[in-house]
Design a protein around this ligand. Structure first.
Ligand code: SAH
Length: 269
């Protein structure tokens, strides 16, 4: 459950009978929340500072973005603004077979599962793999099409027929050849990278592999402050997270398309 205080601070709480959620401004009995309608306002019992009136909290079910930002993490998660863009850039849809690496804390896995994909994850660190599986099951229950293997994707991909390959790891260019064998024709390769140096290395590799329609973009999200007398952008924003690169696999190309494309790139307009 998500509790929101008057200052907009958010607390993610798994409700359990007879349990208590302690805040510095009072305690919330889980039993007081269980059975309440979503959107209710509840009061905390008096806390350490008896002179202050007890805090009130709003009660909601958390959104996927709330969960991603608050869940226990081993690795850094992909921010919701980027997850949203990845959903459409990779055209994630119900029934799509997705191969994902590294899985990290499972934020991208959750977005793909929520879109109805079947997700096979490779994660080099077994402890992160366990954490991601726990996070996914906490969010969706056990009836979810998600497996994670503790392995290094640079060494290869087992199986083929994947519709999408999603990569969030440092050297995705080392996966391009494996991806060309594991994806279906027209399948989408997507990589998320923190620096443009890495992105450039990836684009070079893609340009010499049977992929087309390569694109790179970033997402800038600027929130606004809206008060009657002051309507303006907020002073602070997350200025940088990562670059998203996509490309689509070609089949049956004898290299003609690739040569033409490379020639074209060198010719001035
Ligand atoms: N997208 C994830 C975060 C991934 S962080 C999320 O949203 O939660 C990057 C992960 O890649 C780390 O967990 C790291 O252990 C893993 N990793 C790095 N190199 C890898 C490799 N060669 N094969 C598989 N996983 C790898």
């Amino acid at each position: 459950m998500l509790l929101v205080d008057r200052r907009g601070r958010r607390y993610l709480v798994r409700l359990r009978q007879h349990a208590t959620f302690q805040t510095h401004a009072g305690a919330v009995e889980h039993d007081a929340v269980i059975g309440q309608l979503e959107g209710s306002v509840i009061r905390a019992s008096r806390g350490g500072d008896a002179t202050r009136s007890p805090r009130r909290f709003l009660v909601f079910r958390p959104t996927l973005a709330d969960v991603v930002l608050k869940m226990p993490r081993g690795a850094q998660v992909i921010y919701p603004k980027d997850l949203a863009a990845i959903l459409l850039a990779a055209d994630l849809h119900p029934g799509a077979r997705v191969l994902e690496a590294g899985v990290g804390s499972g934020a991208l896995s959750m977005a793909a599962l929520r879109a109805g994909c079947s997700v096979t994850g490779y994660e080099i660190r077994a402890d992160f793999a366990d954490r991601a599986i726990a996070n996914v099951h906490e969010m969706f229950g056990d009836d979810v099409d998600f497996t994670v293997e503790a392995r290094d994707i640079y060494e290869g991909i087992d199986g083929s027929g994947f519709d999408r390959i999603l990569l969030d790891l440092p050297e995705p260019w080392r996966v391009v050849d494996h991806a060309a064998r594991a994806l279906v024709g027209g399948g989408i390769f997507l990589a998320y990278l923190p620096t443009i140096n890495q992105t450039s290395a990836l684009r070079d590799r893609l340009a010499h592999a049977p992929f087309a329609c390569a694109e790179t973009f970033e997402v800038l999200r600027r929130t606004w402050h809206l008060d009657r007398r002051s309507v303006r952008p907020d002073h602070r924003m997350v200025a940088h997270t990562g670059f998203i690169t996509t490309a689509r696999l070609l089949v049956g190309d004898d290299g003609t398309w690739l040569e033409t494309e490379a020639d074209g790139a060198e010719r001035p307009d």
